[in-house]
Design a protein around this ligand. Structure first.
Ligand SMILES: Cc1ncc(COP(=O)(O)O)c(C=O)c1O
Length: 377
């Protein structure tokens, strides 16, 4: 029987349209975009078209988009570049950022003696904006605020428009990790002052190993990776042409389908949530702002059951169902989730993250509920 994939916050299947767009760039149009001959020019034209697509999707100009190897590199480039080149000596962040942000901030705290302050979170994991303003008002140090748009484990959305405005008021730089939300929510950098944001192909049915960093045109940071000066010298290395084409196509597709897919995925998530509530009324609870401003693809569920979380995942996996406990981004390791800990989820609860895509069906979700009934009976 076909496996049921409910781990779409970890990664997504490549869309056939994306695959089709990428294929010519492996064998026919294999040129190096820096070469001046026909093969090179054709690759360059395709790369720039992709850049224009991505820029258009977020209201940026193409010169503000830099291709990277993914969300991790994009976030590292922004955070480390800001501290190194823009005179930043303080970072305000949260305790539930993705590891690539969290560990970049910790490395800057150690190596560059940057002061790090943590904004208070509410019970859903949303940044407390009053506290953010207080923190900003409390110091004259040049500050970078880095807060993610959607948390990858529980799906809570931060109000990045309000955060951007507060940062502007206190003359702070604002970086937001939008890896989980690009292609799922409207993002328009012309409407509010964002200095940096990041995206990653594999979260929206594009390829792995490709992402981008948006850098506001008034900002100039030095590269993390030096070399031949590609990506207007911010990110050297021969471009991942097929990946870039795939990312551009995935963003274009996600944008054109956003209302449909959003409706479809929301309906799947609501159906699944309702079925869980009907079948496990006394042993389940949810994390994040499930009924409010949450990512519609994520449902983080706590089970109060005498079965270890890894065993629950393992049994689902054996039954052909892929889910994740906490975040899969820390190399799939089953160590305690710092996000759930920060949100005060009791450690005795077993948490499973179900995350959906428009490729899922109701029938798959019903089968998952049946299997959970078997395992938890
Ligand atoms: C919120 C968030 N930021 C960053 C990343 C890292 O992106 P990438 O896998 O492209 O390096 C991930 C996922 O892995 C993520 O969920």
């Amino acid at each position: 029987m076909k496996r049921i994939y409910l781990d779409n916050a970890a990664t997504t299947a490549l869309a056939p349209e994306v695959m089709e767009a990428m294929l010519p760039f492996f064998m026919e149009q294999f040129g190096n975009p820096s070469s001046i001959h026909a093969e090179g020019r054709s690759a360059r034209a395709a790369v720039e078209k992709s850049r224009r697509n991505i820029a258009k999707a977020i209201g940026a100009s193409p010169a503000e988009i830099f291709f990277t190897s993914g969300g991790t590199e994009a976030n590292n480039t922004a955070l480390k570049g800001t501290v190194r080149d823009l005179g930043v000596s303080r970072i305000i962040t949260s305790s539930i950022e993705h590891a690539c942000v969290r560990n970049s901030v910790l490395s800057l705290e150690r190596g560059e003696a940057v002061q790090v302050d943590f904004v208070r979170l509410d019970a859903f994991g949303r940044a407390d904006l009053v506290h953010l303003a207080e923190l900003l008002a409390a110091s004259d140090k040049k500050t970078l605020v880095t807060l993610m748009h959607s948390n990858n484990e529980v799906g809570t959305l931060n109000d990045i428009v309000a955060i951007a405005r507060i940062c502007e008021q206190y003359n702070a730089f604002f970086h937001t990790d939008t890896v989980q939300t690009i292609g799922y929510f409207e993002i328009d950098v012309t409407k509010y002052p964002i200095h940096f944001l990041s995206g990653s192909g594999h979260k929206l049915h594009g390829p792995k190993g490709i992402g981008f960093l948006y850098v506001n045109k008034n900002i100039h940071i030095a590269p993390l990776i030096d070399g031949g000066g590609q990506e207007r010298s911010l990110r050297s290395g021969t471009e991942n042409v097929s990946g870039i084409i795939g990312l551009g196509k995935a963003v274009e597709l996600a944008l054109s389908q956003m209302p449909n897919w959003r409706e479809q995925i929301t309906a799947l998530r609501n159906h699944f949530k309702k079925e869980l509530e009907i079948n496990f009324p006394t042993i389940i609870s949810f994390n994040g702002d499930v009924e409010g401003k949450n990512h519609y693809k994520v449902l983080s569920v706590n089970f109060d059951a005498p079965v270890a979380a890894d065993m629950l995942m393992f049994k689902l996996d054996l039954a052909g169902i892929s889910v994740s406990g906490g975040s899969a981004c820390s190399s799939g390791a089953l160590k305690g989730s710092s996000v759930l800990l920060a949100l005060g989820v009791p450690t005795k609860l077993k948490t499973i993250r179900f995350s959906f895509s428009h490729y899922n069906t109701r029938e798959e979700l019903d089968r998952t509920v049946d299997k959970l009934k078997e395992i938890l009976k």
